[in-house]
Design a protein. Sequence first.
Length: 200
Amino acid sequence: MISYEGVRLGAEAARRLAETGLYEFEPGLTDLEFERIEREYGFEFADDHRAFLAAGLPVNVPPEDGQTWSRPWPEWRGGDLDSLRRQLDWPVEGVLLDVEHNGFWYEGWGERPVDEAAALDAARHHLLEVPLLVPVYAHRYLPAGQGSFGHPVLSMWQTDIIYYGLDLVDYMHQEFDEARGEFDESWSPRATVPFWRDLL
């Protein structure tokens, strides 16, 4: 059951992004499109993320020189399947990169195997159990999960993970509003999703 508050948050986030004038929008995803995407990739959107994408799909603009992502908005409708899969895999692949090259090991996994290949295999096995994160824009993510909403937006760069918004509405302000100010003491997001919250 999709929550009213989740729908309200998603619609407000879409309105905030539209007000910036930075992007054009295609019609939002339909229920049939959501079903196809969720079946294809094996997850359900959080209620606010779903409502945001139902309100309208932001259209990617040509990238600026040096931009990391050529298509930062996931192209859920008619996009390249491999590109979407890479964006969905980004958080886990980033952790694996740090395990392999930077000595990262999550204490909840127990003792790190001495053999590097065994450590990477063990990490890969453990990461099959962590909650799935879904791309919002480039390397900004929300947890998957119908019936959930209001999660902080996380910026994922390997195991360097930071908050980028108290929720989807605040994220639109932090990422796209040129009038945003500095954070004050009242800005204190709290991640709730297991494993990922421990890396913040």
